[in-house]
Design a protein around this ligand. Structure first.
Ligand SMILES: NC(=O)c1ccc[n+]([C@@H]2O[C@H](COP(=O)([O-])OP(=O)(O)OC[C@H]3O[C@@H](n4cnc5c(N)ncnc54)[C@H](O)[C@@H]3O)[C@@H](O)[C@H]2O)c1
Length: 277
């Protein structure tokens, strides 16, 4: 079982590398026979960016959109209209209206771009409703939530994918390529962490998304509204998947590394992997 999973990751990584090298093949303009009907849950800065990306494709339809903030719904709907698409069905009546979106028959899959605490409950509900879910990072905020995702997938057979994009960044792909070509030799130790100056993300002036003031919580806007509160309550590297834990296991597996690694978690600063061979 373990070997299969490792082989799968190895194949998927190599396939991913191929796609990054040949994006024109993956995103060509030939109309696809298979249309995927998408619902968007969470239309903040990232949700609308994800929606923009979907609008660039010719194999998806956007049939439903959801956010508790009507201003964000309007921004998304306007984008659909100005791109020449039909209006999407709107779900904006409170925190759990997304469940009504999940009941829609003309939604095959959902993109979830909400605050972190919503990721697992929404993804679990999506899988239970038989909708594939693309969930923004981090997807889970505790070990229990990670198991909720695994258990729900195993019980329902519905897939979810964490929308971790760092693996496909040009510099990260370059290092992955070097690992594949054995430039570094045997990899036995990784040190990694989410290195991002977040001051302008965590504080703003309540009008613009990044910086310009020191507000956080209800009076702030976008991520400073909810993300900063995590830093007050949780002493940990809160975004470890992003830039750190996501790319490294692939590199480890590609070098024929080990099944065993130990994560020494250094709160706030970095994580340290000791690889046991
Ligand atoms: N992969 C990346 O590079 C990347 C970049 C930026 C953000 N993100 C992630 O994307 C997610 C969203 O970030 P953001 O910057 O868009 O934050 P944001 O605060 O701008 O947007 C969150 C949106 O979710 C909505 N929302 C909250 N509760 C809801 C509910 N119950 N039902 C429906 N909508 C609800 C809010 O009204 C808001 O519009 C986060 O997980 C963040 O970490 C990822």
């Amino acid at each position: 079982m373990k070997k299969n999973r490792r082989d799968f990751i190895k194949t998927a990584t190599i396939a991913g590398a191929g796609l990054a090298l040949a994006p024109k093949i993956a995103f060509s303009n030939n109309r696809s026979d298979t249309m995927v009907r998408l619902g968007f849950i969470g239309l903040g800065l990232r949700g609308v960016e994800n929606l923009n990306n979907a609008l660039n494709r010719n194999d998806v339809e956007i049939t439903a959109i959801c956010d508790i903030d009507p201003k964000r719904v309007k921004i998304a709907q306007d984008k659909l209209i100005s791109a020449g698409y039909p209006k999407a069905k709107v779900f904006e009546k409170g925190d759990y209206d997304y469940r009504n979106l999940l009941d829609e028959k003309d939604v095959d899959a959902v993109i979830i771009s909400t605050p972190w605490l919503w990721h697992t409950p929404m993804t679990v509900d999506a899988m239970k409703a038989g909708k594939y879910a693309g969930t923004e990072v981090s997807a889970a905020t505790s070990l229990e939530e990670c198991w909720d995702l695994v258990n729900t997938h195993e019980a329902t057979g519905t897939h979810m994918m964490i929308l971790e994009n760092v693996n496909y960044r040009r510099d990260v792909m370059a290092v992955l390529n070097m690992v594949r070509q054995n430039v570094f030799g045997e990899l036995i130790h990784f040190r990694c962490g989410y290195q991002h100056d977040l001051r302008e993300v965590k504080f703003n002036n309540g009008m613009q998304p990044y910086g310009g003031g020191v507000l956080f919580g209800k009076k702030a806007t976008s991520e400073a509204q909810w993300r900063t509160l995590h830093s007050l309550k949780r002493n940990a590297d809160l975004y470890i998947l992003h830039t750190a834990l996501a790319p490294l296991p692939f590199m480890l597996i590609l070098t024929g590394g080990t099944d065993l690694f130990r994560l020494l978690h250094m709160p706030q600063n970095h994580a340290d992997f000791m690889i046991i061979l």
